[in-house]
Write a protein that binds this ligand. Structure first.
Ligand code: B16
Ligand code: MG
Length: 210
């Protein structure tokens, strides 16, 4: 590993909250009579909460005011947070856990770079509350991915330059952000197909071989 630091995306890399996001958005959308399905949900990966709501409301004939949108996002978030309570350390795979431990043993500095404002709750639920050297998330940024801010802040917290860090992402917007910030990147799932990804990977443990 030629990188001094690794910055992990949370949802889709460390753990999977897709189904919880889906169920919460679905309940909200059903409540206002707007069509929503798993395919639309796929477009929300790595996208911020308000931008996700805008995508869902593309199917609505009604124009919503900023205050109404805030209320809808809050409604979804309340349902989502309730669902997150079902998560436990069992939602952290043995593969991801041992990869993190091996990187730590090698002296690599480790951070989270997530768009989610619920990052700290999720880390707590899966037992990684105190594990990372730095946590940069939706609560400390003003621009979400594909803007590189969340990763630049993470590198800063690790006291490293972007070129010294590798970002691990599952979303195309996350690789865009890594490229824009001057980071190396490892892409999993859809992110492995990005034409500027440094390393396409199949599973998180593959980063140990880079
Ligand atoms: P919240 P990541 C992203 O997390 C999720 O992939 C995305 O679906 C979600 O809308 C976003 O966080 C915001 O989440 O509503 O909890 O603030 O992939 O960047 O770790
Ligand atoms: Mg993600």
């Amino acid at each position: 590993m030629k990188f001094k630091g690794v910055i992990f995306d949370l949802d889709g890399v460390i753990c999977f909250t897709d189904q919880y996001h889906y169920r919460a958005w679905k309940q909200m959308a059903d409540g206002i009579g707007v069509y929503f399905d798993e395919e639309i949900n796929n477009r929300l990966r790595g996208v911020s909460r308000m931008a996700s709501l805008d995508i869902i409301l593309e199917r609505s004939a009604k124009q919503y005011s900023a205050a109404e949108k805030e209320a809808l996002a809050e409604q979804k978030n309340d349902i989502y947070r309730e669902l997150l309570l079902q998560m436990s350390p069992k939602d952290l795979s043995a593969e991801v856990k041992s990869t993190l431990e091996e990187l730590r043993n090698r002296g690599v500095r480790l951070a989270i770079g997530s768009s989610s404002k619920n990052t700290k709750i999720i880390l707590k639920q899966i037992g990684l509350e105190d594990f990372f050297d730095a946590v940069s998330d939706g609560t400390n940024i003003t621009h979400s991915k594909p803007h590189p801010e969340v990763f630049l802040k993470a590198a800063d917290m690790l006291h490293l330059q972007p070129s010294e860090c590798m970002v691990v992402e599952d979303a195309l917007a996350g690789i865009d952000a890594a490229v824009a910030g001057g980071f190396g990147s490892a892409g999993i799932g859809e992110a492995a197909t990005h034409d500027q990804v440094t390393f396409p990977i199949q599973k998180v443990s593959d980063i140990l071989t880079l």
